[in-house]
Design a protein around this ligand. Sequence first.
Ligand SMILES: [Zn+2]
Length: 211
Amino acid sequence: MTEQETRRFLVEQLRVLYARGWISGTGGGICGPADGGGLLVAPTGVHKELVEPDELFTVDHHTEAVVVAPERPGLRPSECTPIFTLIARERGATSVVHTHALSAVLFGDLAEGGDAVTVERLEMLKGIRGFANTEQHAIPVIRNTPREIELVGNMAAAIADPRFARTFAVVVEDHGVYVWGADIWEAKRHTETYHYLFEATVARRSRRTGG
Ligand SMILES: [Zn+2]
């Protein structure tokens, strides 16, 4: 895939995520691999479903410096950039998706202040690399912060925790989720799969409690 194809893929995914109701009101974000090893990152504070391929920034995931900025003035790289680069460095991801999906927020509520929610007995668990449908998957839930950039510490602790070594998602309480993959296709599959797992788990628990 050329970088131009990756750019088109990323902005198309933003439109899909918007249509699904997982990013709205300028929230959410996405990144993917740039030629030469950096990350292509969407701008912040803009309607994500309207982003064009040439409006993505190229960021060095080691230094977090902007290597290439879009020509359109006034754009700034995503507030999620420090988290995207952290996940790229620590988990070898080249693509990360951040949504504000309601299902992720309700799933986070199931932790009831704890640091994880376990998913089990779902065929769709197979959509997560390394999992069988017979397994349990503990998905970490971290506390939210006033600004996206301040989430980095909580995120770093969760992805360094050996209990969460197999996860490809971290839920942020009252906020949403970060999901990643080795490439854009795996990030897409994991994003769709985790949101299904959230919806199914929330629906089952509410049925059980009659709420
Ligand atoms: Zn966010």
